[in-house]
Design a protein around this ligand. Sequence first.
Ligand code: ZN
Length: 118
Amino acid sequence: MNNLKTRQQKWRERNRDSVAENQRKYRANNQEKNKEYRNRKYQKQREIVDSLKKRSVCNRCKFADYRALVFHHTAEKDFQISSRIGKVGTKRLMEEISRCEILCANCHTIEHHPVVSK
Ligand SMILES: [Zn+2]
């Protein structure tokens, strides 16, 4: 199996142009299928993110309506969670979420406001 993979990889490396051309053709011929796949992936990850928020409260004020909860990065930020749902792998999405805390929209706005306290 490993040997086969290696041979395939070598062949793909030698034939980059035709591989790229075949991929372009496949995408052009399967637009509906790709669209359905992306929608399913988006819905699946949306459900994961929403169910996580539904089980959580704001880390500062304990507000609990999941519709107003956001992910605030407490460690190095690679990307904004909400903008990448359905666009990255689920593992990568969950890794990014693990570098966040959950805040409500108010506490998140205050967290990023230039005036530290009123
Ligand atoms: Zn809050």
